[in-house]
Design a protein around this ligand. Sequence first.
Ligand SMILES: Cc1ncc(C[n+]2csc(CCOP(=O)(O)OP(=O)(O)O)c2C)c(N)n1
Ligand SMILES: [Mg+2]
Length: 547
Amino acid sequence: MVLTGAELLVSALENEGVEQIFGIPGEENLDVVEALRKSSIKLVLTRHEQAAAFMAATHGRLTGRAGVCLATLGPGALNFTTGAAYALLGAMPMVMITGQKGILSRKQARFQVVDIVSTMTPLTKMARQIVSPATIPSLVREAFRVAQQERPGPVHLELPEDIAHEPGPDMVPVPPHPIDLPIAPRAALDRAAQLILDAERPLIMLGAAASRPRLAEALSAFVQRVQIPFFNTQMGKGAVTGGSGLYMGTAALSERDYVHRAIDRADLIISIGHDTVEKPPFFMGPDGPTVLHVGYLPATVEEVFFPQAELIGDVGPSLTLLADRLEHKLPRAQALLGLRDDILAHIADRAEESRYPPTPQRIVHDVREAVPEDGIVCLDNGMYKIWFARNYRTHVANTLLLDNALATMGAGLPSAIMAACLNPGRRVLAVCGDGGFMMNSQEMETAVRLKLNLVVLVLQDHAYGMIRWKQATDGFPDFGMTFGDPDFVAYAKAYGAKGSRVETADGLAPTLEAAFAAGGVHLIVTPVDYSENKRVLVDELRANALT
Ligand SMILES: Cc1ncc(C[n+]2csc(CCOP(=O)(O)OP(=O)(O)O)c2C)c(N)n1
Ligand SMILES: [Mg+2]
């Protein structure tokens, strides 16, 4: 049977197990759309390509299998760039497919033609133009291999319309097969074990790569077996399951927070999967603790992060072998655990205060009450991210999705849509500022059309609050950061979603509960009292640093 380039592409995608593709086609993709129509793959339209890329990246983040997005040439493809950077910095496997004018003849001269492969090259692990149908099966397999292998990230394939239309040779896709990564060698395991056995006050740090979906079990087992207390970076949240009693906090700030009391006293930090794309969880310096980096790949060396020892290899099995060398042999494992209650008590301060508008601490508290342990909260970027990272307790891997890498606004709603698509039985909540929500709020239509169960919580301060806070903290006058908002309840209803406003201090918890219980797409808007930003994150922590 003769297949066109487009059909070869789609059968190669089916061969990779792709079930859905997100995006907005253009006329250059029409052969691909027709091939999709005849395939097992669902085409999920979005209302902006940026959202499609955020969704595909989140698919990769949550499953380890690359999410796929589709756009046309020029303007459509350019709208993928922020999503590409989000997946590149966030280490999320994704394959982006874009169209292009024909390359064998130029019937439309340069109309809409932008050099997208060059644009994508610094934003991806690999960017290629497909120049003949015969190359498609191997190129697609290679794209998925590159996207999914450590360190995961985005790949771009450009399919020109004439190559999509051209009949190709009779070819079958290249079958994928499981790959086992090398495990850390014995000598390295012995050395790492010795460092930990010798430590007086060890502490584990879980970084972004600790949240890889396939690692959750082995990582939790390691922590439980060695009984060393741990903290996490923002993107390492949730990597240890269960109430281990060893959680010391999240390093949402780089210094001076309560969790730094433990970090500053540690003599060894076993840093598992830290990726320096994240805002530093602490600053290494000449007098600080020794850092042992455990990772799939060697640590990148930075001014603020330069581990003195490394254990490199498939992290899960390597940790199992490391635990074999340590279990029951660490009398000082819990040297720092005594600091835990005090740290967590400070973090929980005022979490139940009845004040209107509610404080960020109260909002985090009420969200935690309404979302079960396996529920997924997806944050956009704004001031509340620091509060959620710091105060929201997680018990299951990948249940607080935030972006501490590109830290782009606009990804909260699309990432929650993806989480809801993948987990129809779990409660999913997007938390957005009134600024970030409006950057991709058009995807409310996508969520309604997909009949998702999804709650969107919009925190309203009529401002780009995080920048306003920084402006004030840096001593600048309050200027240029405020805006008007639409009536969010009416806005939600205009999409066919439900909408509610929180009007009282104790109103958020029951509103969340009712929204989840009712199902469907529901937007809840609440004002937020951001005076806490200065009171806690500046004044209190400054005073804390002096004591
Ligand atoms: C796409 C993008 N533009 C600008 C920024 C810089 N930025 C970070 S947070 C923020 C304000 C966010 O405002 P909002 O969503 O209302 O949240 P708030 O801080 O007010 O709670 C801005 C402008 C960014 N991170 N991403
Ligand atoms: Mg705001």
